[in-house]
Structures are given as C-alpha cells and as structure tokens.
Design a protein around this ligand. Sequence first.
Ligand code: NAD
Ligand code: UGA
Length: 324
Amino acid sequence: MGRILVTGAAGFIGSHLVDRLLELGHEVTGLDCFTDYYSRDLKQRNLDRALSHGRFRFFEGDLLRSNLDEIVGGVDKVAHLAGEPGVRASWGERFPVYLERNVQATQRLLEATSRVRPKQFVLASSSSVYGADNGGPAAEDDPRRPASPYGLSKLAAEELVGLYEREHAVPATVLRYFTVYGPRQRPEMALSRFISLAGRGELVEVFGDGTQSREMTYISDVVDATVAALEAKPEGAARVYNVGGGTRTTVVELVELVGEMMGERVEIRHAPPAHGDVRSTWADLERAARELGYRPRVSLEEGVEEQVRWALAECARRRTPSIV
Ligand code: NAD
Ligand code: UGA
C-alpha cells in the first residue's frame, strides 16, 4: 500500500481511479481545480463517494499555481490525469488553454515530483498522438503525427515525461487511452451526447457521414491498466502503452446501439465533418498485454448498456430529462 496522488481527481477517469485505489487500500490524495470545460456540479458529484472516505484527502487547486511541493510531499506515486481534453475544441483561440493545462501543468508537476523521488509517475496520454491511421492497429513505436492541437499538446506532455525520466530520474509510464466511455463520461463526448439527446427524443448530431470508427475502451478496463502501470516496476526508459478496449465501432453503429439499449429509434442529423477528427483509431494491445498483463474485459454492448443505465438513474435522481 502506498500514498498515491491523482491529478484530475474530480474528472471522469480520475474519479474512477480514485475510487478503485481506495478500494485497494491505498492512501489517496486528489487534486483538481474544477476547470470550466464542463460543469462543476458533475465533477463534484463524481467525488461524492471518495470524499466520505477516511483515506482520501482532496486539494482544490490548479497545477499551474498551487504550491505543489506541499501536495507531492510524502507521495510515493503519481497518476497525472489532469488536463484539457477534447479534440475538436482545441483549434483556434483555445489553443493556449491546451498548452497551459496539458504542457505547462505537466512540467510544473514533474519539477515538484522530481524533488520527492517517486516510485512511479503515470501520464494519461491519448490515441490522438498518432494522428491519421495507417489502415491497421497503431503500435506504440509507430510515427506520431497528431491531427489536432490537442494531440500535439499530449505528445508534448509525453516528451516532457521522457525528459524528466532521463535527466531527473523520475520513473515514468505513459498510457495512451483510446476513447474512454462508461458512467461519468464527459458530457460533450459522443456517447454521452447520443444518450442525452435520444432520451429527450431529439435528433443526434453526427459529424460527417458517421463512418469514422473508434476503438472504445470501457472505464473499468482503463482503470485496470492504470493500476497495473502504477504497480509496475520501473525499468530504465519511460514505457509507453496503448490502452484500448479491443473493439471498434463506427459512429453510426454506435447510434444504433444506443437506440437498441434505450428501446427507441434514434434519428440522425448530419453536421459537417469535424476538423482534426481522425478517420479511425485502432490499438495494438500486444505490449500492454505482455508487460502489464492488461486485457480489456468489457464488451461494447455491456459497456454501453451500463452507461445508459447510469445516465437514466442520474436523470431520475436530478429530476431532469437530460444528463447534461
Ligand atoms: P475530465 O475533463 O473529465 O478530467 C480532467 C480533470 O482535470 C478535470 O476534472 C479538470 O478540472 C482537471 N484539471 C484540468 N486542468 C487542471 C489543472 N491545471 N489543475 C488541476 N486540475 C485540472 O477528462 P477525462 O476524460 O477524465 O480525461 C482525463 C485524462 O485522460 C486527460 O488528460 C485526457 O487528455 C486523457 N484522455 C482521455 C480520454 C477519454 O476518452 N476520456 C482518452 C485519452 C486520453
Ligand atoms: C476522445 C476523447 O474525447 C479525447 O479526450 C481523447 O483523447 C480521445 O478520445 C482519444 O482516444 O485519445 P474522440 O474520439 O473525438 O476523443 O471521442 P468522442 O467525442 O466520443 O467522439 C467520437 C466520434 O464521434 C468522433 O468521430 C466525433 O466526431 C463523433 N461525434 C462526437 C459525433 O459525430 N457527434 C457528437 O455529438 C460527438
């Protein structure tokens, strides 16, 4: 058992990781500043369970401004999940926000962490570092040519982690998550939006013709991989792993699946293709299986059903017709 810092603890993935680490008996420190990317209410709700736990302490603070020495002091391991997500919002005026929250924040955290000699630093990176697909599964050493400013900012964060590993001996692991879904999914992501709109009987918006495909990864599988990376023995250079769900779907098929799970016919309205949206994502999971023992366990059907169930329960609890 150890003391683990989770940044982005109030977010979708971070809050699930916190819950699992507490179940496993760890002391967990959470940090989050409740950015305005989506509603603070949803993030606070994500933390409900953890906040009543005796082994959890929470700092509300920004990685860009907080006294990080105080926060990382006494920490053995760091899971760095805080960041500005979202591929499509990263163009234009918002790019500086991506640089601050994905690049500068990571550098500040690595500086402070290097002073406490941690046993492991895990970075939540993204499939978006690969860019346009090559028609087959992407392996970790394949070329990285991001197709969006977001992907570029995540690639820069990966490079920083490698730099601090080499020059400041911070043992590190980079995880490239592929489109994560499940309860608490961010409200602007495809599946959240489709469930919400279908629940209100409205048209769902599909960018482009909807034949673009995604490797989708259920949240508990992502947490499994992240825990395995936190537990892995660091060996020399920073290791990089794809974390995928082992199943792929087109966007149109995803809409159909939502309809099936909700028992409704869901109508589509097509919108122009989104800039920076890659045609397909596909993870080669061989390295993660061999070295982390990672195997995705939740099928797309089971996972979507679970997210629909959660979303409907949240609506009922809040007495609103929509999750977001
Ligand atoms: P999220 O927005 O739900 O969580 C991120 C959290 O980080 C938010 O609660 C936000 O308030 C916090 N945060 C951001 N900047 C901060 C700062 N400077 N200081 C303190 N807190 C800050 O997003 P998510 O979907 O849970 O993603 C978590 C991480 O995983 C991100 O780094 C994202 O890039 C990465 N990722 C996500 C996916 C996915 O499909 N959700 C896929 C690949 C990679
Ligand atoms: C997701 C996350 O949002 C990123 O944070 C993450 O880094 C990335 O996965 C990753 O794998 O690395 P994305 O694949 O764009 O990005 O996820 P969604 O927002 O769920 O979109 C999936 C697909 O549905 C995209 O092709 C998108 O254009 C489409 N979409 C989305 C729609 O057609 N309509 C919508 O309303 C929303």
